[in-house]
Design a binder for this molecule. Sequence first.
Ligand code: PLP
Length: 379
Amino acid sequence: MKFGTKVLHAGITPDPSTGAIMTPIFQTSTYVQDGAGRHKGYEYARTKNPTRSVLEKNIAALENATFGRCFASGMSATETIIKTLRPGDEVVSTDDLYGGSFRLFTKIFQEFGIKFTFVDMRDLQKVQNAMTDKTRLVWIETPTNPMLNIIDIERVSEIGHSHGAKVAVDNTFSSPYLQNPLDRGADIVMHSVTKYISGHSDVIMGFLGTNDPEIDEKFGFIQNSSGAVPGPQDCFLVLRGIKTLHLRMQRHCENGEKVAHYLRSHPNVAKVFWPGFEDHPNHEIAKRQMRGFGGMISFIQKEDTMEKAKETLSKFRLFSLAESLGGVESLVGHPATMTHASIPREKRLAGGLTDSMIRLSVGIEDVEDLIDDLEHALK
Ligand code: PLP
């Protein structure tokens, strides 16, 4: 099955009891058993829920994963991966990553004796140097947030595997439509389903996919033991949103390309970060591992100050100032005070995330209206 068919059909069959074409919302906490220990595969809804099971199969198919599990948020999916580690284990992570992941790693799991090393993964030698005999996990996020750097999944996976570590990729920015990390050698793919997969800014959810039955078993054990599972209503909403994932992504990419080129030609803009530019330092890797360049764009104005950023942000009329990304409507964000506020300023600046950086999640509106809005905001 091709992608556009999978979003509609993979793992989805009409409800056997009624023929309902839409997967029902099984809003139940428990299931009546025929006799002690005799049940229909469902005992308690933290462990398993039919609406969730269908969604898990569907997203797994989009990621070419044999196994898939949904969680209450992207963060709880990430947390599940880290919970498979033990005190003393080490993680090598990209240094340009979602602020919430950085906070989870350094403020919570570091306290439990897991060591995290952050490196610029565009430089493979740095990845190699960071690996030790205690490294159990390599954490990749690509494209990175908000710098839109591209990390070579295949090469970094090879380095991780040569040291006996597992490799996980946060694939949120690309969505399965643009990139499939398992096909590039990664062991685990993670999503904040909240973003492109759901696509309608109405659900918080996470996903983990893998082809390794042992890893999936651990995820299942933690999913059931910790209980960070999404409700069936949210699973239904995502199943509904996912049906147009391919169409939405095509439009995000088209609009993203036009907005990126517009910004680049604007006299007040100093730098635009978008992996589709031919002179983007990692463009060749992006072309190899992605099927399009997406609708996430960051830029810095010539007047590179916090005040200028705030002034510009206050002038948008169509782009809404909000955290998050990947919804049908365009959003604008200020990483320094919003998504990346939990990263120390020095560390942000060292990675190029200046105070004035603005991040756009380009939606699927008519692009002329988006460009008009930018023209007004940048005046
Ligand atoms: N990973 C990335 C790249 C994100 O942008 C986010 C949220 O913004 C997350 C993970 C966390 O996901 P959630 O908000 O669904 O917990």
